[in-house]
Ligand binder design. Structure first.
Ligand code: NDP
Length: 288
């Protein structure tokens, strides 16, 4: 079997083109969508992500406000900035780049973001809305996974989906989205007893573990669809996913590559959420 490659680069390019059109419609009406990006500290990966997000935003016609704070920033100082951005009428979306330095209370910061500007979708209110099937902003990486799944012609309804990893930013929300798409969802984590058996039983596999080549190709059921969220840097500097790509691609019906799969979708979905926030604020889009 030759697996269909679910191409995140092409899919994100198409989405970014749509985002640009929606952003220019806003600009024509006299308001420019604006994303405030908050980076605390000097984490090299976070710096790369933030640079990439602001560059892409600008290319789509979205204005950005960059707030780079030192690693010594206290929770109170960060909360003060978030409150300021909440009330800034220029700002449509607020992105606080995670992880925050160890001394900062991440939960308090995420809770402080105005849910209407929470374009990452991590505010407890927005996660709760996702669970009841009335999402305000669908978290970006899970949304990207679903958009990539939609490139495969087989319907999701009725399929057995396995989500490996239960983080709040990837595993749990993507499981909710699969459930809403009427898959029968299983979640695996570090205490799962027989992961190979769970993988072998799954029609759809979402891997979000953070361990290189952790899910072996030989476990994958023939004809399964594999979405690899993992981004792992190997000692030689190359990037690889959580799934052993060659082995899995030989058995799967469709698979995402790493890099070039879920990664580019995350940024595109973030910018889509930002323009959505701007359009809602301007009354161009229904929704709360
Ligand atoms: P977390 O570290 O928050 O979560 C990892 C999950 O993997 C945990 O739920 C953990 O289980 C589970 N896990 C660990 N060991 C095992 C095991 N032996 N068997 C089964 N499950 C296990 O990671 P994230 O969700 O934040 O990220 C996961 C990966 O996705 C990373 O590589 C990250 O870089 C990547 N990522 C990619 C993004 C993109 O844009 N493409 C965006 C976000 C993340 P337990 O809960 O029991 O500890």
């Amino acid at each position: 079997m030759t697996a269909q490659i679910l191409d995140g680069k092409a899919c994100s390019k198409a989405l970014l083109a749509e985002v640009k059109i929606r952003a220019s419609a806003c600009i024509e009406r006299g308001f420019t969508p604006c994303l405030a990006v908050v980076l605390v500290g000097e984490d090299p990966a976070s710096r790369v992500y933030v640079r990439s997000k602001t560059r892409r935003a600008k290319r789509c016609g979205i204005a950005t406000q960059d707030h780079h704070l030192p690693a010594t920033t206290t929770t109170e100082e960060l909360l003060a900035l978030v409150h300021q951005l909440n009330t800034d009428t220029e700002v449509d979306g607020i992105l606080v780049q995670l992880p925050l330095p160890a001394g900062v209370d991440t939960d308090a910061v995420l809770l402080a973001i105005d849910p209407q500007k929470d374009v990452d979708g991590f505010h407890p209110q927005n996660l709760g809305r996702l669970v009841i099937g009335r999402p305000r902003f669908v978290p970006c990486t899970p949304q990207g996974c679903m958009r990539l799944l939609a490139l495969h012609p087989e319907p999701i309804a009725g399929k057995r989906a396995l989500v490996v990893g239960r983080s709040t930013i990837v595993g749990k929300p993507v499981a909710q989205l699969l459930l809403q798409a009427n898959a029968t969802v299983t979640m695996a984590h570090s205490r799962t007893r027989d992961l190979p058996a769970e993988v072998a039983n799954a029609d759809i596999i979402i891997a979000a573990v953070g361990r290189p080549n952790f899910i072996l190709g030989e476990w994958v059921k023939p004809g399964a669809v594999v979405i690899d969220v993992g981004i792992n840097r190997l000692p030689d500097g190359t990037l690889t996913g959580d799934v052993e790509f060659a082995g899995a691609a030989a058995k799967a019906a469709a698979i995402t590559p790493v890099p070039g799969g879920v990664g580019p979708m995350t940024i595109a979905c973030l910018l889509d959420n930002c323009v959505l926030a701007a359009r809602r604020r301007a009354g161009l889009e229904v929704g709360e």
